[in-house]
Ligand binder design. Structure first.
Ligand code: PLP
Length: 460
């Protein structure tokens, strides 16, 4: 008798189809196909309700950093539930894990980012940053300084504001509405598809010029409140910016009194080998960092908006009767904060950042070997955040016909072989748990090679 015999997979799929509206659900195909029900997870592996074991090279949704099923996480979470599962976070009360976590995040975050607002995930962390920016500019009396500049193909979450700040064309469906009067998008820093003949530096020059022009077009620095950017764009296709881009965008922000918001929902907590990528990879000190996902490795929902002394000094100064009318019932949730504290302790004690800096480059280097395949145009990313760009023609970088759904096709082939990767249009994205071993890396890479070759055979 297997532990999976208790599940009636067909019934689970049917109930789910009939009642659970999933994020990004395609109504027509979902009605036919339903979802794969997952019952159990252990380290980097997940099991479906029939007991099939798969290596999850997606890491849940870029989030199961330390791997799932850890007893020490279970213990910490259970202990907190026993002690106190919930506490009112409003100003007259606090709980121990929330205060401790805020202090720890202030220690880990770059420079003077010493203040933390806790929410329920990445979208609410971004939405909080958006509202904090308004609050800050209004406190300064700069009521016209409200425009936000972000990038096309960026993803910042799914609240009304976060989705509007995001610039993914495929997500801006016509049936939803977006904030368009104060949120603006400039180019994706996508060197692989940059105009022919430009060096990385020259390409960066054009992007900086576009940013400066956009500021002018909006009425100058007095009208622009903030710039939002992921250090490495995630669901936009793991776009690693060209040399000098992040530094120079940040310098342009500083020169124009524009707040720099670094959305590190994916890149923080070890995915690229550091607590935060902003300072350690790109040598900048943003005004605000948003974070979630790897903050608890997916064991609990939690988001953090970490901001500077400079912002704090303005919002908290001379505020007679002023109060921050923003918050959630679950801000500073004790169980989520306790999970984050334990997750951070594990990353420190087990030297997981060092592990990523050792095995991550190997993962990247082995995956890069796939570019010898005729349909792999580029493999890019950093450490455990990698994307494979599939193309019909490597010289012209021409895409496959959309109806071939090449990313999905390769994903399906890999799933048949027990490895989960994520399709995003013509791309395949990998963001596995960051505790991956070299053996697991080899398994993923050889499975992907076989899967792409199988697709190529069928394409002939
Ligand atoms: N920001 C970035 C960069 C993300 O990748 C995501 C989610 O993928 C979000 C924000 C939103 O986070 P959540 O889904 O936890 O709300």
């Amino acid at each position: 008798m297997s532990e999976f015999d208790q599940y009636n997979t067909n019934q689970i799929v049917e109930d789910d189809k009939n009642h659970f509206l999933h994020p990004w659900q395609y109504f027509d195909s979902f009605k036919e196909e339903g979802a794969l029900p997952i019952a159990k997870a252990e380290g980097a592996y997940i099991y479906d309700t029939d007991g099939n074991k798969m290596l999850d090279a997606i890491g849940g949704m870029w989030c199961t950093n330390i791997g799932l099923g850890r007893e020490d996480m279970v213990e910490a979470i259970a202990d907190q539930v026993r002690q106190m599962a919930y506490a009112n976070p409003m100003v007259d009360m606090t709980n121990i894990p929330a205060g401790q976590l805020a202090k720890k995040l202030a220690e880990l975050a770059p420079g003077d980012l010493n203040h933390v607002f806790l929410s329920c995930g990445g979208s609410t962390a971004v939405d909080t940053a958006f509202r904090l920016i308004h609050f800050y500019q209004n406190c300064r009396g700069l009521h016209d300084k409200k425009h936000i500049i972000a990038r096309k193909e960026a993803y910042h979450g799914s609240t009304y504001a976060a989705m509007s700040i995001g610039g993914k064309k495929a997500d801006h469906v016509k049936e939803f509405d977006y904030i368009t009067d104060t949120i603006h998008h400039i180019s994706t820093p996508y060197y692989y598809r940059a105009p022919e003949g430009l060096s990385e530096e020259e390409y960066t020059d054009t992007l900086i010029k576009e940013f400066e022009d956009k500021i002018e077009e909006l009425g100058g620095a007095g009208k622009v409140a903030a710039f939002f950017a992921e250090p490495i764009m995630g669901s936009g296709g793991v776009i690693v910016p060209p040399k000098g881009y992040i530094q120079r965008m940040w310098e342009t922000c500083k020169a124009n009194d524009i707040l720099y918001v670094s959305d590190e929902v994916v890149t923080a907590f070890g995915r690229v080998g550091h607590w935060f990528a902003s300072e350690d990879v790109f040598a900048i000190q943003p005004d605000i960092i948003t974070s979630a996902k790897g903050l608890t490795s997916g064991y609990q929902p939690l988001g953090a908006t970490i901001f500077s002394d400079g912002i704090w000094d303005v919002i908290a100064a001379s505020g007679k009767g002023r109060y921050f009318a923003h918050g959630f019932t679950y801000s500073g949730h004790p169980v989520a904060c306790r999970a984050a504290l334990k997750n951070i302790e594990i990353i420190e004690d087990e030297k997981i950042l060092e592990h990523v800096r050792e095995v991550g480059p190997y993962f990247q280097q082995e995956l890069e070997k796939l570019v010898d395949l005729p349909i792999v145009g580029e493999v890019r990313g950093k450490n455990f955040m990698i994307c494979i760009e599939n193309v019909a023609n490597k010289q012209t970088k021409e895409l496959f016909a959309e109806e071939l759904d090449i990313g999905r096709w390769i994903t399906d082939e890999a799933a048949k072989r027990g490895v989960l990767v994520r399709p995003i249009g013509h791309l395949n994205v990998l963001s596995p748990p960051i505790i991956l071993t070299k053996e697991q890396v080899d398994h993923i890479v050889s499975t992907l090679r076989e899967s792409i070759e199988a697709v190529m055979l069928d394409l002939e």
